[in-house]
Design a protein around this ligand. Structure first.
Ligand SMILES: Nc1ncnc2c1ncn2[C@@H]1O[C@H](COP(=O)(O)OP(=O)(O)O)[C@@H](O)[C@H]1O
Ligand SMILES: [Mg+2]
Length: 372
């Protein structure tokens, strides 16, 4: 086991700067999820740590060893890829044993490690089978097994569940969590799926365009997003954003296109410098309610139900508030509310909603950094 430390890590492919100075310390034994949209540099980061790609700047430490100049096989890592190509002509046993034999590990030890991993992954009854006789989930477990037998200091997993169907993905996710608890090996797990990241990681690192946006626990990044990107990327459906003017004297208001909300006393100091300026007001769908609800400030806003989505335990209302005259672009505001399934609202209805302002956010319109 080992800590992994990236210091100002940079990577360019020709003129294209893909990683722009990544600083990240992953504590020994931690399970960290690297989350970001496709193309943001997640795979590149893992390939640099693995030694499959050379950094153009910065340093990589595994434990207290700087590994920039070490070849992949001396870095003591094991990687599980999205396309976990198994050797089709080899049995499950041989697929897991192959890498160890290649490293010249003794036969008895190969056998012991493969049997142990197979036991852990419930593959023991399948050891004599060829990959084509396995389900997708079983093949995925063999790929994980192949990494486990290596006894690495660090696991790197690049979207390992993305080829599985939704149900199996949830199941395998739980298995990976349990496996990490058992093995305690430092793991860096890459995904573009925010749900997967939030449920798997003790720590989530959110990345965009080659830059780390925020690192924290799932509740840190959900409840206290550092900027508008994080706020919009984590959570489904995403946070509602409204352009808003900060208006008022002693008391401040968010003036939206067609309605106005008070700034809570707790948020006044942070917003004071923005008086007379535009900011972005943010609120999650679950904090837009039909009734009162705890902490809601009862300033009813009238909106029309454009679309209603019933998801069993909850309803998503896609709302629009009428055009207004306050903000330069007098467009109607669209937003989403997540409400109780007993809500009698129907498509086309005009409803009144309230905002739980205690759980609202505001972002600088230019830098997009969180104001509160
Ligand atoms: N070998 C390469 N040559 C040129 N560009 C590359 C290469 N590998 C990746 N890129 C580019 O780097 C960016 C990040 O890629 P990647 O790390 O694969 O993103 P992610 O895994 O987050 O989807 C993308 O724009 C991709 O096109
Ligand atoms: Mg990738």
């Amino acid at each position: 086991m080992a800590e992994v430390r990236l210091v100002n890590l940079a990577k360019a492919f020709g003129p294209v700067q893909v990683l722009k100075g990544i600083d990240l310390t992953i504590p020994d034994g931690e399970f960290v999820v690297l989350l970001g949209p496709s193309g943001c540099g997640k795979t590149t980061t893992l390939r640099l740590i693995a030694g499959l790609e050379e950094a153009t700047g910065g340093e990589i430490f595994i434990g207290d060893r700087k590994v920039n100049d070490l070849p992949p096989k001396e870095r003591d890592i094991a990687m599980v890829f999205q396309s976990y190509a198994l050797y089709p002509h080899m049995t499950v046993y041989d697929n897991m044993a192959f890498g160890l034999r290649l490293h010249g590990v003794r036969r008895e030890e190969v056998d012991q490690r493969v049997m142990e991993a197979a036991e852990m992954l419930e593959l023991t009854p399948l050891l004599a089978r060829k990959p084509r006789a396995l389900s997708g989930g079983q093949r995925q477990r063999v790929a994980v097994g192949r990494a486990i037998v290596r006894n690495p200091k660090v696991f790197l997993m690049d979207e390992p569940l993305s080829n599985l169907d939704a149900k199996l993905r949830v199941q395998t996710r739980v298995e990976l969590s349990k496996l990490h608890m058992k093995l305690g090996v430092t793991t860096i797990y890459v995904t573009h799926d925010q749900m997967e990241a939030m449920t798997l990681g003790n720590l989530v690192v959110i990345m965009n365009q080659g830059i780390i946006q925020q690192m924290g626990t799932p509740s840190d990044v959900y409840d206290r997003p550092a900027n508008k990107f994080v706020a919009g990327f984590v959570g489904s459906p995403p946070m509602n954003f409204f352009p808003a003017f900060v208006d008022g004297e002693e008391e401040l208001f968010f003036q939206m296109a067609s309605f106005r909300l008070p700034v809570l006393p707790d948020h006044r100091a942070a917003l004071a410098p923005y008086r007379g300026k535009e900011v972005v007001f943010g609120i999650r769908p679950e904090d837009v309610n039909m009734g009162g609800g705890d902490g809601a400030v009862h300033i009813p806003v009238t909106a029309k139900v454009d679309v209603l989505e019933l998801l069993g335990a909850e309803i998503f209302l896609y709302l629009s508030s009428p055009e207004g005259t306050f903000v330069a672009a007098a467009t109607s505001l669209s937003f989403i509310a997540r409400v109780d399934p007993s809500t009698p609202a129907k498509e086309g209805d005009s409803v009144q909603v309230v905002f739980n302002l205690g759980r609202s956010h505001a972002f600088d319109a230019d830098s997009e950094r969180a104001i509160y």
